[in-house]
Design a protein around this ligand. Structure first.
Ligand code: C2E
Ligand code: CA
Ligand code: CA
Ligand code: CA
Length: 277
């Protein structure tokens, strides 16, 4: 028994050191990619379920190093970037690129809000809000051009300075979404403190809502909560027709999901938006 215990331990430590080695590799490649701007933003449309039109979009980051095999999906590289603070430089690039894209689209008469994802360490930077404002000014954008997506956990642990910054931006007309709503911390009292405009309901709630009475009840409770608090509801991850029908029956007005479009290159979104007029 003792032997097998030792064995398990050595297998575990081998896995762990491989894991740490991989993380370090990813971190150092990310660092190199920041120097070379090897990132791109894809855009996933948010759809008005009442008429099928695109009303806004979410910018989703992709890592595009020269050697494609060295890349990793956001769910892998973003947590590493967050732990190593590389997310600060990456987030700066995301903001700049989203503003550049918003200006490019506005020059063609396309005026939709681009929502960007913001990590907690970015928001905690003393100059975050100043840089946001400066970047909008640089590209001559109104506050409504760039929205912020934040997770519940960020809001719960954030301080007065962040609260104050968010309030000022919200007052200017910046859309602020709570991402992955319902999956984080269980207290809802932060909704009272923070100037939120949108709730994005996590995909996990929708997945079985059409068939499962339990999941359906959760969805409907969240939708009612949002309505009472005067928040816009966005549902994430609609993949099937039955999920769409369900959302429409519940009265949800806005959604994102593969059923409508995967995250797309800017050019493809542009084509759709110009067709839509
Ligand atoms: P998220 O903000 O919750 O983004 C939604 C994720 O769901 C995206 O994954 C999107 O591609 C995916 N998705 C959209 N529709 C569907 C659907 O119908 N079915 C399924 N199964 N998935 C769908 P993605 O692009 O891999 O991004 C993963 C996460 O990485 C994001 O989750 C976000 O937390 C983070 N992330 C992405 N871009 C950025 C960024 O620029 N900055 C920061 N800080 N985080 C980012
Ligand atoms: Ca998001
Ligand atoms: Ca989300
Ligand atoms: Ca997520």
């Amino acid at each position: 028994a003792k032997d097998s215990g030792r064995n398990r331990y050595s297998i575990f430590s081998k896995d762990l050191s491989l894991f740490l080695h991989k993380q370090r590799n990813i971190a150092s490649r990310l660092r190199a990619s920041i120097q070379k701007n090897e990132f791109t933003l894809l855009y996933q449309p948010q759809i008005d379920l009442r008429n099928g039109s695109i009303i806004s979009c979410e910018a989703l980051l992709r890592w595009t190093p020269e050697v494609a095999e060295h890349s990793a999906p956001p769910d892998v590289f973003i947590p590493i970037a967050e732990r190593t603070d590389l997310i600060i430089s990456i987030g700066r690039w995301v903001l700049e690129e989203a503003c550049r894209q918003a200006r490019h689209w506005r020059n063609k008469g396309i005026e939709i809000c681009i929502h960007i994802n913001v990590s907690s360490s970015e928001l905690e930077q003393d100059d975050f809000f100043e840089r946001l404002t400066k970047c909008r000014e640089k590209y001559d954008l109104p506050p409504s051009a760039i929205g912020l997506e934040l997770t519940e956990n960020i809001l719960i642990k954030s301080d007065e300075q962040v609260l104050d910054g968010l309030q000022k931006q919200r007052a200017l007309g910046v859309e602020i979404s709570i991402d992955d709503f319902g999956t984080g911390y269980s207290s809802l009292s932060y909704l009272k403190r923070f100037p939120v405009s949108h709730l994005k309901i996590d995909r996990s709630f929708l997945e079985n809502a059409p068939e499962s009475e339990y999941d359906g009840a959760l969805m409907e409770a969240i939708v009612n909560l949002g309505r009472k608090l005067n928040l816009q509801i966005v549902v994430e991850g609609i993949e099937t027709q039955s999920q769409l029908t369900y959302c429409q029956n519940v009265g949800i007005e806005c959604a994102q999901g593969y059923l409508f479009a995967k995250p797309l290159p800017a050019k493809d979104i542009e084509t759709r938006l110009l067709e839509q007029g």
